[in-house]
Ligand binder design. Structure first.
Ligand code: DAK
Length: 259
């Protein structure tokens, strides 16, 4: 695959790495970049060799938001009639394999929202998160007002969105926005290691785990628990459940077949 605004590579034959690549604009997200990102995500999701996907940027920026230069001349009729940039931003929600955001530098506006659309975020110690849209006379438009409060609670989300202040990696870890903070020079090593760990587990269980956790954001507790129960039961029909449990009992390493 060749792209203009992203780079892609595969690590250990099973981890797909997508690097946002508009460094001069701090990886500002324009329509073409989002189309390419969506295409790469769909291709890797369909590739049976790939078990996990990483989205990353560069040391200075994961992404400093949607491209302000591309947005500035639109009026209401333009953005409402064309459902401005919406469709290209939704593809990541359809991806069934785990997607990890490896964030260093700025993750602002749409960049922070993109990171939050991933299944979890590993942050370098220089990462800075923020939703500064209010400074531009707009509000977050790719789920920031919905995902940030679910992630960090109402008070901190309001603080971030209304004051436009940036949050350090350490603060982001303390409030649960990111799963872990690592030194900048270890960001990709640690993220790839996490991805390889996931790849080593039975694929069907991985997909079911992601689907079930995602469900918790869309349902009340009893419906969510019932959804989890059904997926849990269904995994007893897989080869890998038999193999995993037999391997444990017989004190040997499992040989999973993703079946
Ligand atoms: N867009 C376009 N260009 C950007 C940019 C952005 N978001 N952020 C940075 N750049 C460009 C700068 O203009 C500059 O370009 P040149 O002047 O060199 O040509 C270059 O990147 C380097 O930036 P700075 O010179 O400003 O670098 P500094 O280190 O001094 O400052 C900064 C870094 C990140 C603090 C600063 O660049 C900054 O404040 N950037 C803007 C951050 C921002 O406001 N982000 C929110 C944008 S609004 C939606 C989906 C998404 C969205 C909305 C709807 N739907 C699905 C409906 C998202 C909206 C947004 O994200």
């Amino acid at each position: 695959m060749t792209f203009e605004f992203i780079k892609t590579r595969i690590e250990n034959d099973k981890v797909a790495i997508i690097t946002l690549d508009r460094p001069k604009q701090l990886n500002a997200l324009n329509t073409d970049l989002m189309i390419e990102l969506g295409q790469a995500l769909k291709d890797y999701d369909a590739d049976i060799h790939i078990g996990c996907i990483i989205i990353t940027g560069n040391e200075k920026a994961f992404a400093a938001g949607a491209d302000i230069a591309a947005m500035k001349n639109y009026d209401f009729a333009d953005v409402y009639a064309t459902d401005f940039i919406t469709k290209d931003w939704e593809i990541i929600r359809q991806i069934r394999k785990p997607v990890i955001a490896a964030v260093s530098g700025f993750a602002l506006g749409g960049g922070c929202e993109l990171a939050m659309m991933c299944d979890f975020i590993i942050a370098a110690d220089n990462a800075k998160f923020g939703q500064p849209e209010i400074k531009l006379g707009i509000i977050p438009g790719a789920g920031g007002t919905q995902r940030l409060p679910r992630s960090v609670g109402k008070s901190k989300a309001m603080d971030m969105i209304l004051t436009a202040r940036m949050m350090s990696a350490q603060e982001a870890e303390q409030c649960g926005l990111v799963s872990r903070v690592v030194p900048l020079d270890k960001l990709m090593i640690e993220t790839i290691e996490a991805a390889l760990t996931i790849c080593a587990y039975p694929r069907l269980a991985v997909l079911a785990a992601k689907e079930s956790v995602q469900r918790s954001f869309e349902s009340n507790l009893s419906d969510g628990v019932m959804y989890e129960r059904r997926l849990f039961h269904s995994l007893f029909s897989t080869y890998d459940q038999k193999e995993g449990m037999d391997a444990f009992i017989n004190k040997r390493s499992p040989l999973f077949k993703n079946k």
